[in-house]
Structure formats: C-alpha cells, structure tokens
Design a protein around this ligand. Sequence first.
Ligand code: GAL
Length: 420
Amino acid sequence: MNAITRLAAVISFASLLPLSAVAADPGTVEVLHWWTSGGEAKAVETLKEQVKKDGFVWKDNAVAGGGGAAAMTVLKTRAISGNPPAAAQIKGPDIQEWGALGLLTELDDVSKANHWDALLPKQVADIMKYDGHYVAVPVNIHRVNWLWINPQVFEKAGAKVPTTLDELFAAADTLKAAGFTAFAHGGQPWQDSTVFEDLALSILGNKGYHAAFVELDEQALTGEKMVEVFKTLQRLGTYMDPNRAGRDWNIAAAEVISGKAGMQIMGDWAKSEWTAAGKVAGKDYLCVAFPGTQGSFTYNIDSLAMFKLKNENDIKAQNDLAKVALEPEFQTVFNQNKGSLPVRQDMDMSLFDACTQKSSVDFKDAEKGNGLQPSMAHNMATSLAVQGAIFDVVTNFLNDPKADPATAVKQLSSAIKSAK
Ligand code: GAL
C-alpha cells in the first residue's frame, strides 16, 4: 500500500466513524428534578430503570433542595445559555411561562398515540397544555393539606388526634408537656408557606383561599381573617424547634418517624420517607387532613416539561420518557414510593396503602364541590414571582416572634402587587 492509498484508507475509515457512532447512539434523556430524599430517590429510580430498559440513556440532573427553588435557578441558567435539559420538573402556571418563551416541544404524537386526553382529568390536562398542545407530562397528584402523626408518641403523651385547630393546639400542648417536639419543621421558605397555606385554607375556607391565592383579591388578602391566619401561624411557630433554620423536610420527617416529634405538617411526599423506613400507614403512622380542611384537597401535580431538542435519537428518548410516565406499571410503582396519587384515573387503588386510598376518595369528594384547590406553596396557584413575594413575607414573619400580624398582612398585599 503506497502512501496515497494508505491515506485514502484512513480517510474512508474515519468517514465511517461518525456514522457508526450515530448508529450506536441510543439517545439520551437528561432529566432535571429535585427528588433527592431517600424515598423520592427510590421513586425516581423506577422511571430511570424503565427508560434504560427501553434502550435509552438516562442522564440524571438531580438538584437538591425541597420545593425546587434551587432546581429552578439551575434550569433558568441552562435555558439562558441555550442548553436546557430534555425534561425538567416544571409545574402549574409556570408551564405556560416556559411555553410562551417558545422553548417547549409539542408532544402531539405521543399524547395522541397514548390517548392522554382520555386518561387524564381535564383540569390536569389543561395545565399540561400550551396553546392546545401537550408540552408536559404529569406523573402524580400530591395532596398538600395533610398532618402526619406518630401514634406511639401520641399514646405516650396522652394526646388526641386533632380535627380542629383548637384540638391541634391542645395536642401540641400535651406533646410539649410530655417533652416531645410538637411539630417537626424545617425553616425553609417553602416549608413555612406550606404551613401558612394550610392555616389559610382552614381559616378562610375554600372560597377565601381561592380568592386570596388564585385571584389575588385585595379584600381576601387584607381582611381580618388573613390577620387571624398570621396570628395562628405565629402561635404555631412557638411549638416548633427554634433551631429549625435550613432543615430539610425529610430530616423533619425523620424526627417524627424516630419518635422525637409528634407531628409534621407536610404534603404526602412525606409518606415516601415513612415507606422507605418500612413503616405501615394506619399502624406506624397516621395521615389526617390538616385540621379544619377536611373535604378540601390542595393539589400539587408533579410534571415533566419537555424542551425542544435537535438530535433525532435524543428526541426518541424524550418521547419514550413521556410515554413511560403515564403507563400503568410506572404509575403504580412510582406513586407507591412517592406517596402521591396516580394521575391516571383508571388505576387499581387496592394496590395502594391506606393513606393513598383515603387521598383518592378525598380527591373525588373535593372535586364535586369547590374543594379542589391549587397549592400556592407548590407552584400551582400563582406565578413564581408572586409565590416568591408571599414566601418572603411569611418566612420573615415566622422568624420574628415579635412580628405584628396586621403589619404582615399589609406587607403581603404590597409585595404581591409589586410582583404581579
Ligand atoms: C414539591 C414536589 C414534590 C416534592 C416536594 C419536596 O414541590 O412537588 O414532588 O419533591 O416538593 O421536595
């Protein structure tokens, strides 16, 4: 072989490389999410496994930080630099904002082929669509207005399971007197506002909650009842551990699981920690509606929004993820681990534990009246800008034991006005 033919052979071999590399490229789906607690990681593992089984590569982009504030910051930076992931955990009205930027891809083929319109409640489907097209796939329905109880702690202290706010404070007094932390809590803005929204729902009712956090109605935001919400929050704060600043929600859950604390006010992702610890719903722990919110269901729907991609194989991987997310097997195993309700309406609920079964019944009951309400603290009710304004006021208030509830209400309304 002379030099020329050797060179030609090398060139023709090299020209084959990209092709064979493409053929071997199985397609990658990068997923940005904040499911990092022990129980949540178990849940997300089921999605990873299925995508891998289908022959694609899962690139995990887990950004620690409950409630997702840190994940959203990472997502914005990635999007601004023109390099968004294939899928990201984006929820509620925020999906519309990303859609309006023209960055999300329409999932017409996969949604039609898999009959999403028939599988999903209309209310849920509407949230997932931008301009009439699916741009996100929902994976579950979380209920936020729950109270988690360790019944052994209650028994030791002689506390009674509360159904009203008065009973809640009575139970807290009894637990405190017996040397337990009444409420395990992490001092992070989204956790503070989770408690705040539960109290608002309990005190304002469905209509008042809706007026305040969905309509952002001035009267509802500044009325006497809202002052009462802040007063009650202040009182509740006195039963929380003063060293709670920055504590993650799953660490707070662990305090109830281990018997250090009696209660946690948290959405049903808290159940993922009980499940991961091998505890049984209805026996080792109780889930009751947050006192005074029986009949209501504040929903928080986790969804993966899909970004526009160029690589054909990656698009295939992205479509596979979208398809898998709504398949019955995934819906069952993922939600058993995550603590949430399957978002598909045709699932066999006997496969779920007592808390999820109760959640399912309560969802249907709430749906009949005006009890289904979007969670403000979990990105379902307002823009992230308005939510951030509420978080700031609530957290500053809760961190200052001498803060004045009437002043907080004024701050709330003006913060919301400037964020709108
Ligand atoms: C919620 C999210 C849940 C759970 C929780 C704690 O906003 O919807 O899936 O992750 O935060 O991080």
